[in-house]
Design a binder for this molecule. Structure first.
Ligand SMILES: C[S@@+](CC[C@H](N)C(=O)[O-])C[C@H]1O[C@@H](n2cnc3c(N)ncnc32)[C@H](O)[C@@H]1O
Ligand code: SF4
Ligand code: SF4
Length: 371
């Protein structure tokens, strides 16, 4: 089992090294050897929760969903076209999709590195055992506050905090029982209602059994998000400094120091200065439930989709005329967006992130002063 994980990690590392070169060539010459190395699938728009900061549960007519066989056919093509990609299933709540386990099992059996992003509500003992035996690389659970009442209120669902934390415990125990190396990542969204408690959330996440915490700043998405915006920049600065100190003490915070400092600019609504070109259109492929493909939501909203797996192969989508045109635009995109942050990691940050996501085991952090 350990050898299988190492082989998968090696494949992902090789694909990323190849991709780094392809991106440099594309930027300097326009010759396109790029391939998708990160794949995001919004597998369903349906959800179990009603989060204040999210629009999914408000969608009146969720998009039609494709069955597992259609996804698996596309993932096979992807494997041939871009070996070593990592795929993340999200939503909506991905665990609501009735045949998600068939897709995840296919990934596990075919050496494809796969993960899910979930609110954790549906992860009971049985599902945890199935997810682990499917061979998942990572499960990211969104928990926004160490205070149960605050998390439940933010998610519009009484009891969801307890169920998500229990879900992490089931996953951790199952991974140990099955001898499977699973990265469990707690994924909070940073905003005014949790900025002061974020260091405690990081410390608690480790106690619950997470081995990574990956924090994302709030984006304006719904009316409620205006009230959740962080206007107390001093408080944010203190939290950022505490988190940076915790990271150097060994807490498994996936965000780089540079990214964390960027949150201050984000909440001050200052322009995000990219040091280089945006990499998203050269490496990321995102899908919606009906199989339509895009690079990132802002570009999709302006230019539309780049294709669909319903009647195109992956190669036709990635190398098609529409994708090529939008890729060219994406590289020099001037939109003020933080989605490019991941793609903009320095080599050192990429290596550190890779170790956290693929090779780290449960951390032991001695300090309890953040509790
Ligand atoms: C849309 S959810 C889908 C997966 C799953 N339902 C969940 O909540 O984890 C994906 C991630 O986006 C986060 N999110 C939702 N609204 C957001 C916003 N306005 N700004 C930043 N992140 C947001 C969620 O907390 C979650 O971590
Ligand atoms: S659980 Fe996830 S998809 Fe559902 S409403 Fe909350 S953030 Fe949105
Ligand atoms: S900067 Fe943001 S909006 Fe522009 S292409 Fe990159 S990810 Fe998309």
């Amino acid at each position: 089992m350990k050898l299988r994980v190492l082989k998968k990690a090696l494949k992902v590392a090789l694909a990323n090294a190849r991709q780094e070169l392809a991106e440099r060539i594309y930027i300097s010459t326009g010759i396109d050897f790029t391939r998708p190395v990160q794949v995001y699938v919004i597998i369903t728009e349906r959800c179990t929760a009603r989060c204040a900061m999210c629009h999914y549960w408000r969608i009146k007519n969720p998009q039609n969903e494709l069955p597992a066989e259609v996804w698996i056919k596309a993932l096979k093509e992807l494997k041939e076209f871009a070996p070593g990609y990592h795929i993340q299933f999200t939503g909506g709540e991905p665990l609501l999709k009735e045949d998600i386990l068939d897709i995840l099992r296919w990934c596990g059996e075919n050496g494809v590195s796969a993960g899910i992003v979930s609110n954790g509500e549906l992860i009971n003992e049985k599902l945890a055992a199935e997810l682990v035996s499917a061979g998942l690389n990572n499960v990211n659970i969104s928990i926004d506050s160490p205070v149960p009442e605050i998390h439940d209120e933010l998610r519009g669902k009484p009891g969801i905090f307890r169920r998500a934390v229990e879900g992490i415990g089931y996953l951790r125990r199952e991974a140990e029982r099955q001898g499977h190396k699973l990265t469990i990542s707690v994924k909070p969204t940073l905003h005014a209602k949790n900025v002061a408690d974020m260091p405690k959330l990081v410390a608690d996440a480790v106690e619950w059994g997470a081995n990574v915490v990956n924090i994302q700043p709030l984006n304006i998405n719904t009316e409620e998000t205006n009230q959740m915006w962080i206007n107390d920049i001093e408080l944010l600065r203190n939290t950022v400094e505490t988190l940076i100190a915790m990271k150097s003490e060994g807490y498994p915070i996936a965000n780089s120091e540079r990214q964390m400092r960027m949150w201050i600019k984000h909440f001050k609504r200052e322009p995000i200065q990219r040091r280089t070109h945006c990499r998203v259109g050269m490496r990321l492929l995102a899908f919606r439930p009906d199989g339509s493909a895009h690079f990132c939501s802002p570009l999709r909203k302006i230019y539309g989709d780049i294709g669909t797996i319903k009647d195109q192969s992956i190669r036709e989508i990635w190398q098609g005329e529409v994708a090529r045109r939008i890729r060219k635009i994406s590289v020099n995109c001037k939109l003020n967006c933080t989605a490019s942050c991941y793609a903009e990691r320095t080599l050192r940050e990429k290596i550190s992130f890779f170790f956290k996501m693929f090779l780290s085991s449960k951390p032991s952090v001695a300090s309890t002063r953040h509790k």
